[in-house]
Design a binder for this molecule. Structure first.
Ligand code: KG4
Ligand code: ZN
Length: 400
C-alpha cells in the first residue's frame, strides 16, 4: 500500500522574502535567482534534505527544504506482508525495504522537483529499530551522500517522532513535555530544545502501541491492532466494563500496560465462559468485543491524561505534544485536549500520517542537525537500541 503527498509550499513568508531578495538582486544581479546553488551557498543556512525511514515495516522517503518546508513525501507500508504472521517479520521487512527504497527516492525527488545535484544533505534513521531494516536505509543514505559529496546524518527515530509536530502550520515552541507513544516506546520526556531531553517516565513493560496490537489480536482483529481496536471501540457501550488505570494511584510518571492486557484476556475468557451453556458453541459476540475495546481504550486514555497532567504540573510547563503512532488515536487527542484546557496549557500533534512512521519527520530532524553543522563520521553506524536522552544537544558532537 503506497501513499504519496506533494505539499503546497508554505508561502506565508514569501512577500517579505521576495522584497529582501529583490533588493539584493538589484544590488547583485547575479543573485537575482535567489534559490540558485550559488545563493544557497552564499546564504549558508538553506538546506534541502532527503529523509529515509526504514526502521520497521514502512519505507518512508521525503524531501524537506529548510526554507520552503516539506516538498514531497511518500510512504510504502508493508502491512499486508506481515499481516498473516500477526506481527513484523524482521527478515521480510529488510528485503522489502531493499525493493522499495530506491524507487521511492526517485519518485519523491521527481515530485518535489529536486535534481540529485540539488540535495544538500541526506538523513536516514539509524536507530532504534530492526537492525536489518535500519541497515538498508543507512547503506542507501550513506552511499548516496558519498556519491553526491554531501553530508549525511543518522537520525534517532524517536527524535523524528518528537519533532513531527514541527511540520504543522502552527508548530509548538520549546520547551514542552512530550508524550511519545509508538509500537515500541511509551515515554514522557521534558524537552528544552532539540537534543535536550530529560526522560520523566516510561513503560516498565509493553509500549502503548504494543498493548493495542496485542489486544487487537485477542479480539480477532488484523495487525496492526491499534487503529482497528479504536474503530471497534466506536460502537462500544461506555460503562459496561471498567478496566484499571495502571500505576495512576501512586506517585511517579512510569507506565505499565501488561496488566491491562491481562485484564482484557481475563474479561474475554469470562465472557466466553458465560456464553457457553445452551448447547451452542461458546463465542463472544461482536457487541461485547466492542464494549471491551472501548473499556481498554478508555483505560489507556485516562492513564495518559492523569500522567500527562502530572508531568505538566511537575515541570511547570504549559505545552504538551504527543507523537508516535498512538498519537493518531482520536480519543487520546480528545482526552488530552480537555485536560490541557483545564490546566491552561496547549496540546500539539502532527497530522495522522506524520504520527505513524514516515520519511518527513526524519528529513526534518536531520535537516535541523545538519544545519547546526553535525554530520556522520566515516563508519556505518546503526543502533537497534539507543536511549533518546543520550542524544547530544543541537550542534553538539556528531551523532555517530
Ligand atoms: O510510530 P509507529 O508508526 O511505529 C513505531 O515506531 O512503533 O507506531 C505504530 C503503533 C502500532 O502499535 C499501531 O497499532 C499504533 O501505533 N497505532 C494506533 C493508532 N494508529 C496507530 N494505536 C491506537 N490508535 C490508533 N488510531
Ligand atoms: Zn515509529
Amino acid at each position: 500500500m503506497q501513499r504519496n503527498h506533494t505539499t503546497e509550499i508554505n508561502n506565508a513568508r514569501k512577500p517579505f522574502r521576495d522584497a529582501v531578495f529583490g533588493a539584493f538582486g538589484w544590488l547583485f544581479p547575479s543573485l537575482l535567482t535567489y534559490d540558485s546553488d550559488h545563493f544557497r551557498e552564499w546564504v549558508g543556512k538553506l538546506m534541502r534534505v532527503l529523509g529515509i525511514e526504514t526502521s520497521c515495516d514502512e519505507t518512508g522517503v521525503a524531501v524537506y527544504d529548510s526554507e520552503r518546508g516539506l516538498l514531497a513525501d511518500s510512504l510504502y507500508s508493508q502491512v499486508e506482508i506481515h499481516a498473516r504472521y500477526g506481527g513484523v517479520v524482521p527478515e521480510l521487512a529488510s528485503r522489502d525495504h531493499i525493493r522499495k527504497t530506491l524507487p521511492l527516492i526517485k519518485e519523491v525527488l521527481e515530485r518535489s522537483g529536486t535534481a540529485l545535484s540539488e540535495l544538500d544533505g541526506i538523513a536516514y534513521t539509524s536507530g532504534p529499530g530492526l537492525i536489518g531494516a535500519l541497515l538498508v536505509g543507512a547503506s542507501v543514505g550513506r552511499s548516496l551522500g558519498m556519491a553526491l559529496d554531501v553530508p549525511t546524518i543518522g537520525v534517532h527515530h524517536m527524535e523524528g517522532h518528537l519533532l513531527a509536530p514541527m511540520l504543522e502550520d502552527s508548530p509548538p515552541s520549546f520547551p514542552f513535555v512530550a508524550l511519545l507513544v509508538s509500537g515500541g516506546h511509551t515515554q514522557l520526556v521534558q524537552v528544552e530544545g532539540i537534543g535536550r531531553y530529560t526522560l520523566l517516565g516510561e513503560s516498565l513493560d509493553d509500549a502503548a502501541g504494543e498493548a493495542f496490537d496485542k489486544v487487537g489480536k485477542m479480539l480477532g482483529l488484523a495487525y496492526p491492532g491499534g487503529p482497528r481496536v479504536a474503530a471497534l471501540a466506536e460502537s462500544g457501550t461506555p460503562g459496561r466494563f471498567t478496566f484499571p488505570r495502571p500505576m495512576t494511584n501512586r506517585p511517579g510518571l512510569e507506565f505499565s500496560f501488561s496488566g491491562l492486557k491481562t485484564f482484557v484476556r481475563n474479561t474475554l475468557a469470562e465472557e466466553l465462559a458465560k456464553s457457553a451453556g445452551n448447547g451452542a458453541e461458546p463465542a463472544v459476540d461482536q457487541q461485547t468485543k466492542a464494549d471491551i475495546a472501548f473499556a481498554f481504550e478508555d483505560a489507556v486514555v485516562q492513564t495518559f491524561v492523569i500522567k500527562c497532567r502530572r508531568a505538566l504540573q511537575q515541570t511547570g510547563m504549559r505545552t504538551l505534544i504527543i507523537a508516535g503512532g498512538v498519537s493518531a488515536n482520536l480519543r487520546l487527542r480528545a482526552g488530552l485536549q480537555s485536560m490541557v484546557e483545564k490546566e491552561q496549557s496547549q496540546l500539539f500533534y502532527a497530522k495522522p500520517r506524520f504520527c505513524t512512521d514516515n520519511g518527513a519527520m526524519i528529513a526534518y530532524a536531520g535537516c535541523q542537525r545538519l544545519l547546526a553543522g553535525e554530520s556522520d563520521g566515516l563508519e556505518l553506524n546503526v543502533r537497534p537500541r539507543w536511549p533518546l536522552a543520550s542524544l547530544p544537544p543541537l550542534g553538539g558532537s556528531s551523532s555517530s
